[in-house]
Ligand binder design. Sequence first.
Ligand code: ATP
Ligand code: MG
Length: 471
Amino acid sequence: MNLNSALKKPVFKCVAESSSELGVDTYVIGGFVRDHLLNRGTPQDIDIVAVGSGIELAQTVASKLPGKPQVSIFKNFGTAMLKHEGIELEFVGARRESYDRNSRKPTVENGTLEDDQRRRDFTINALAISLNKDTYGELLDPFDGITDLEKKIIRTPLEPGVTYSDDPLRMMRAVRFATQLDFEIELKSLQAIAQHKERIKIISKERIVDELHKILASEKPSNGFALLHKTELLPFILPELIALQGIEEKEGQRHKDNFWHTLEVVDNIAETTDNLWLRWAALLHDIGKAPTKKWHKKIGWTFHAHEFMGSKMVYTLFKRLRMPLNDKMKYVQKMVLMSSRPQILSEEFVTDSAVRRLVHDAGEHVDDLMTLCEADITTKNSSKQKKYKNNFKLVRQKIEEVEQRDHIRNFQPPVSGEEIMETFGIKPSREIGIIKDAIKEAILEGEIPNEYTAAKRFMMKKGKEIGLKAK
Ligand code: ATP
Ligand code: MG
């Protein structure tokens, strides 16, 4: 098969020239070749393998490119990288690897192209295209990756047990590629992953989370989580989700399986938003249900305050996975904590003040919260489905109306602390907080509009009540 069509970028000519000057054989390999064959749009990075020194090749290429880009050299790995026209070109010398049981760091020796292809994770990632004069554009595919691309199969070049236990990150990558590309992992691979699942423990949390992000960012994330479940990797990564699995029945009362429900919610939300952190919130919105689940003779199953418990668990989970404990985490916590609020609203007669409180508490994230709640509708009963959706539509309308009138979303107190101090001639003190809170409450309850004059009048009244005198 000739793939000249993949090599249209002028940079390939430059690499070819440089390698023939250096007298080394060179190939494009990995993701670039795979994605070209799958028609997956423009690449972020291009991997080049040289049967010789990748670093030397990178330096020669850089010296020929316009602007002579800088080469970053990673001596320990024998790789080099340069940026050209927004694309990262990664150079590596062909190598043979042998692994030690306790780490993902192999012992490396120089090798042939085929040695290098053998150490790759999957057959579809081991495809190479020649950049050499005599064979320019020819596909080199010793493990028949091309058939796997056609059949949409994730398969390892070596015995799967070897590939996965050598570098257990590949287990996560298998699941991630299967999800991203909508491929199947071949049975032998699935079995090998399940067999070596414990080895995932040697992989850094950061690498695992990178893969989780990619799974969550894909079109149908549930496929990935179902695979993590099937291969029994999930308990090592997100035990909180596994704890949601199962249906219990007592005296004829059953609750839903919150694990599979959660996966449906994640797929639903993936259809409406690319916001990764909102997708995380969907994934974690019910995790508080496992530890709060209780059976009551009279009322059946309850998950009292599971949202509060869930938001606490978000912190522990982020910390364990070494995810950032920053505003992203706080956002996920907030979404989980508030995840039932719109629902409660939509079930009852909706008062303006309840809507104002929701908008005040959710602030700028009120739309995201509504998106989460809409995704949370997974009932298979179509009349219920319609009813719930319509209820949320009404809540959204109400939010719009109230917002246009009262501007609660990014609530700023209409009367400042300074003005309160000034008016009553007092220093910073508890009284100021009391008055400010009272004004806010009055606005949220609809006793006064969200505006200066009314708030000032209210301030005078409240001040008097607590024994202050205007100057
Ligand atoms: P993408 O960039 O879309 O995630 P990719 O296939 O380019 O996909 P990279 O992580 O950029 O993935 O790696 C480039 C290539 O390096 C892969 O195609 C594969 O051949 C090889 N590779 C990467 N990680 C591993 C690994 N853990 N084990 C074996 N080979 C790997
Ligand atoms: Mg890549």
